[in-house]
Design a protein around this ligand. Structure first.
Ligand code: SF4
Ligand code: SF4
Length: 375
């Protein structure tokens, strides 16, 4: 199994030569847990000795490796894609007999048993999805894929997306069954489960023969980046994120927005920003609302700090995840903005909890909710 890591040997060696530590300070895991072994530098050092046969992977090493939100901020600092090496370390550890830190493994166990990482009864989602009149539209332009967080934890996000699509007369259909896209299982190293999810979801989506519309940043990255790898197909189906579609709808005059007198700042979700390069569209959308003043946080676009929720971190270390979010909320507050906007229901959830934990007055919203209220 260790062969899977050999391709990262050169990166680990390069790190061992310089160990500059540039990746450290803004790493959410390091900034919260304050031990080098939680940073990319520490993880690459462990990988180096692991590959040399001088470090036996064990539960302690697994605890350090899994404490990673997969945010990719270390890649920007480093120049090597260290987050990909860390992801593969998770995969190898997952497939070994080593006991994994609590909270991470349950994500893929739940996905396998219930079809979603929250272990929710899928009937709940089915009832909701069947209440959407457009669900069976056969000649629609888009198939709206709704993710588990939207369906089981942030259902208002779905209502907002539907309001926007209807207002702009977008023709769409909806999959009337919830099957997790596989992102949560993939992020905790369970590539097999992620592949199973990908096979089922891709089958459903391909049957529709429509462009896929995803309103969750995690689902979007999974479809656009990981499905080609997991399914060994260059482009399984075309996909667009809801923020990209809203940007198009505004520019072609399909959405008429009412004014909002507010100072707003934008948090780039790692999956949509750093990992997919979608930086301009959300900013254009926010700036298109008359009266909105968009102000940037110090760490924005490819340098955006992580909300702390990804990579299984929220499930494995909930208090640390919320503490990381609280730091991001404080950064947002320092801009003077009254609204912190993001484009991912999972970031919404963690940032809202972070704001609550420090008694912040800042309003945490998604772009979809802001736009839907201005129609
Ligand atoms: S991906 Fe993010 S959390 Fe993981 S080591 Fe890199 S900076 Fe830290
Ligand atoms: S920035 Fe790169 S080379 Fe420098 S310590 Fe971090 S992982 Fe190693």
């Amino acid at each position: 199994m260790i062969e899977r890591l050999e391709k990262y040997d050169e990166w680990a060696r390069a790190c061992m030569h310089v160990r500059c530590g540039l990746c450290r300070e803004n790493c959410p895991a390091y900034s919260q847990l304050r031990l080098d072994s939680y940073s990319a530098k520490g993880k690459m050092t462990m990988l180096f000795y692991w590959l040399k046969g001088r470090l036996e992977p064990d539960a302690v090493l697994a605890e350090r490796v899994f404490a990673c939100t997969s945010c990719g901020l270390c890649d920007v600092a480093c120049g090597y894609e260290q987050s990909a090496a860390i992801q593969e370390m998770k995969g190898v550890l997952f497939d070994s007999a080593i006991s994994l830190p609590e909270g991470y493994k349950q994500i893929s166990d739940r996905t396998r048993e219930s079809g979603n990482p929250y272990a929710e009864d899928r009937e709940k989602a089915r009832t909701f999805l069947e209440s959407i009149p457009e669900r069976n539209a056969e000649t629609a332009d888009y198939t709206l894929f709704l993710g588990c967080t939207e369906l089981y934890r942030e259902q208002e996000q779905v209502t907002d997306v539907l309001r926007i699509l209807r207002d702009a007369d977008v023709s769409f259909s909806v999959i009337s069954e919830n099957i997790c896209c596989g992102s949560p299982a993939y992020r905790v190293g369970d590539q097999k489960q992620a592949q199973e999810q990908a096979l089922s979801v891709a089958k459903m989506l391909k049957e529709k023969e429509q462009k896929v519309l995803a309103s969750c940043a995690g689902c979007y990255r999974m479809f656009s980046h990981y499905y080609p790898l997991l399914l060994e197909e260059e482009n399984p189906f075309p996909v667009i994120h809801s923020v990209q579609l809203i940007d198009q709808l505004i520019s072609d005059g399909s959405l008429d927005l009412q004014p909002l007198d507010a100072k707003v700042t934008y948090h780039d979700p790692c999956h949509l920003g750093r990992h997919a390069g979608v930086y301009d569209e959300p900013r254009r959308v926010l700036s298109a609302i008359p009266g909105v003043e968009l102000v940037e946080m110090e760490w924005n676009r490819k340098f955006s700090k992580c909300c702390g929720a990804g990579g299984g971190f929220r499930s494995g270390r909930p208090d640390d995840a919320i503490a990381v979010a609280a730091h991001r909320v404080k950064e947002a507050e320092s801009t003077g903005a009254s609204i912190l906007v993001t484009a991912c229901p999972f970031c919404l959830r963690n940032l809202s909890d972070g704001a609550k934990s420090i008694g912040s007055d800042i309003e945490v919203r998604t772009i979809e909710s802001l736009i839907a209220d201005q129609l």
